[in-house]
Design a protein around this ligand. Structure first.
Ligand SMILES: [Zn+2]
Length: 661
């Protein structure tokens, strides 16, 4: 694969373009910092130990991370971070962003230190993405977002909620919709196989659709088909999909549901380890709570939900079918989300009876004068679903499993939270508290993780999963200026299952694309956030070149090995753009001094050559993101091919960056 090549071999990088060139001394371009964060303790997301450093931002980029104090006179704004941790902004790999256009500030997320959230989980999300991206761009956002294509969304588009396999033609249409989503910038596909209509899909259907996403470099994240009694089979299915579709997988909000399955994370984590040992790319995300939140409908057997709510009503009116539905609900109450105890089932948001919000199924039974048994409660569950359903909190996860999963080296932190504002029902506290709770409870109080490891699980790991290494989730020169500043001694979440509407504590500053969204503890009205597009990777094999031209290379220092004149004609951009790009590339390089711009040509044709001895891990992905607007194509030409094509003693490969005209 192309990515492995990038960091194994020293690489020379060439920026090729057409146009007149001026000999501009790049080193002389000292700019004024928009923000200087002084005296803080940097935890950079790589998992490395913390260190004291000053951090300078210019616009949406981090431009300095210095162990020596930086001169505050060079900064427009100075923030004193004495005693505080300065970390990359947190990345939430599982976010329910549905109300985003009404909640552009994403306050419940950004106050946790989240600067990038991945929407479209569990098979849901907006589709098509392109018009949605336009709506986002119009008003801006408080955080950055990215999206997955939701399997349930596209299956419903093509087949409604029918409980059957697709025809060949229907499957083709679904593949087409996955490709459309990927073309529109999605980062992969999600499934919600426990939900309708995903539950009706076979593994083969999901493999076929995942292959389409994999062809674009996408990932696959799955709410497993079962998280209770069928958990082991659910994990096995996801691993099969990783194998057959050759796609990177995330077992999302990983857990073992119901007392009968408590402790089974020992087995599921071993399955992940053995899959990885076989070369499959399987990771995990998790929220740090012993309760889940999902619909009331998850307590209804999926067969009864086929065809939608009207079909459910018809079945419920038939005495025989009604009896089967109720028996199914009893089983789910006893062994699955019900956790064997109706006190474990709590109402979150109930549009048809607000007085139930925050109370339990046992409470509802008591108010009706019926016993709180699964048998009696099953009638209430069906009644509630027929009234329009509800959002529920299920207290059915074991603390031991939470900690075991959290400690696993492949586990990332993700909220599964829905954007919310105070006063809106009684949501799961994860919507306000996932990231600060990990830092306050599981790092500081319980010492389940070190602070460095926890930050790694919130930043560089999810960035890598998204192909954004070196661009997001990092605190280094060249990374996006997404920065979260918190007090390790006080960070935490006061949100509870009965009083969830409480913002995180101990996070005084959050910068999104260089703009303060949380400023001295107060949420601002800025909207610097945007929708990110999946980085596009160019062809991995050299493409045929136009006929060579009689041009000569006149490189400045270092770039003696590069002769790229043939490509100049095919590229093209003005020199100002090129020089700006070079400046943006510089921070990504291990040896930025070797990154030089020089002229190429014979008086008519000019270009920029950039030579570096090594490219930092992830630099290519970073390039894709940073330069997406200007780049037509990025090509990698390995050392031997470079030698064949250009002669001379090439010990390096070449990256060619062809700019748009
Ligand atoms: Zn889910």
């Amino acid at each position: 694969m192309i990515r492995r090549l990038w960091w194994n071999c020293p690489v020379a990088l060439a920026l090729v373009l057409l146009g007149a060139i001026a000999d501009v001394p790049l080193e002389a371009q000292a700019s004024r910092w928009s923000v200087l964060i002084r005296n803080g303790t940097v935890i950079d997301g790589t998992g490395a130990a913390r260190y004291r450093a000053d951090v300078a931002l210019i616009g949406d980029q981090i431009v300095e991370v210095s162990r020596r104090p930086l001169d505050p006179r060079r900064a427009t704004r100075v923030i004193d971070a004495t005693g505080l941790i300065v970390a990359p902004g947190f990345i939430d790999l599982h976010a329910h962003l549905e109300p985003l256009l009404e909640k552009r500030g994403a306050t419940s997320a950004v106050t946790q230190g989240v600067t990038l959230a991945l929407g479209g989980p569990d098979g849901g999300g907006p589709f098509p993405l392109a018009p949605y991206a336009d709506s986002i761009a119009k008003g801006g956002l408080g955080i950055n977002v990215a999206y997955l294509v939701g399997h349930n969304v596209i299956r419903r588009k093509v087949m409604g909620t029918e409980n059957r396999a697709p025809t060949t033609e229907e499957l083709d249409r679904m593949v087409g919709l996955v490709k459309q989503g990927m073309d529109e910038g999605a980062f992969g596909m999600s499934t919600g196989l426990r939900y309708v209509p995903g539950y009706y899909a076979t593994t083969d259907e999901v493999v076929t659709l995942s292959r389409a996403a994999a062809a674009y470099g996408g990932i696959y994240t799955s709410h497993l088909r079962e998280e209770g009694l069928g958990l082991i089979e659910g994990v096995a299915e996801a691993i099969t999909i990783a194998d057959q579709a050759r796609i990177p997988v995330v077992l999302t909000h990983h857990k073992a549901v119901g007392q009968l399955m408590w402790g089974q994370s020992v087995r599921t984590l071993a399955m992940v380890d053995s899959a990885r040992a076989r070369g499959l790319d399987v990771m995990i995300d998790q929220y740090p709570y012993t309760a889940s939140q999902t619909s009331l409908a998850v307590l209804i057997p999926p067969w009864a939900l086929a065809g939608g709510s009207r079909a459910l009503r018809t079945r419920a009116a038939d005495p025989v079918l009604r009896d089967s539905i109720l028996r199914g609900i009893v089983t789910l109450l006893e062994t699955d989300r019900g956790g064997g105890d109706t006190r474990r089932v709590q109402f979150g948001e109930v549009t048809w009876d607000r007085s139930l919000e925050g109370r339990t199924l046992a409470d509802w039974a008591a108010s009706r004068g019926v016993p709180a048994t699964p048998q009696a409660a099953a009638e209430l569950v069906l009644e509630g679903e027929l009234k329009g359903g509800a959002s529920m909190v299920y207290h059915i996860i074991d603390e031991g499993d939470v900690r075991r999963i959290m400690r696993h080296p492949q586990t990332m932190i993700a909220s599964d939270g829905r954007l919310t504002d105070p006063g809106e029902g009684v949501p799961h506290p994860r919507a306000y508290g996932t990231f600060p709770r990990v830092l306050g409870t599981y790092v500081r109080a319980e010492q389940v993780l070190t602070l460095e490891t926890a930050i790694h699980k919130m930043t560089a790991m999810p960035a890598a999963r998204l192909g954004l290494t070196g661009a997001r989730g990092c605190l280094a020169v060249g990374c996006a200026a997404d920065v979260t500043i918190f007090d390790a001694a006080t960070v935490g979440s006061p949100a509870t299952f009965t009083q969830p509407h409480q913002y995180a504590t101990g996070i005084p500053y959050v910068f999104v694309n260089g703009v303060a969204m949380v400023d001295d503890g107060k949420v601002t009205t800025a909207r610097p956030g945007t929708m990110l597009q999946r980085p596009r990777v160019g062809s991995t094999t050299p493409t045929p070149l136009p006929a060579a031209r009689a041009t000569q290379v006149r490189p400045r220092r270092g770039s003696t090995n590069l002769i790229i004149a043939e490509e100049i004609e095919a590229a093209g951009a003005d020199i100002t753009t090129a020089l700006q790009l070079v400046e943006r590339l510089r921070p990504m390089m291990l040896r930025p001094r070797n990154l030089t711009a020089g002229s190429v040509g014979d008086g008519n044709l000019f270009g920029v050559i950039v030579y570096v001895e090594e490219v930092r891990v992830g630099s290519v992905e970073a390039l894709q993101t940073v330069m997406a607007a200007s780049v037509r194509e990025i090509r990698y030409i390995g050392a031997s091919d470079a030698t064949t094509r250009w002669g001379t003693g090439h010990s390096n490969g070449v990256i060619q960056v062809l700019l748009k005209r």
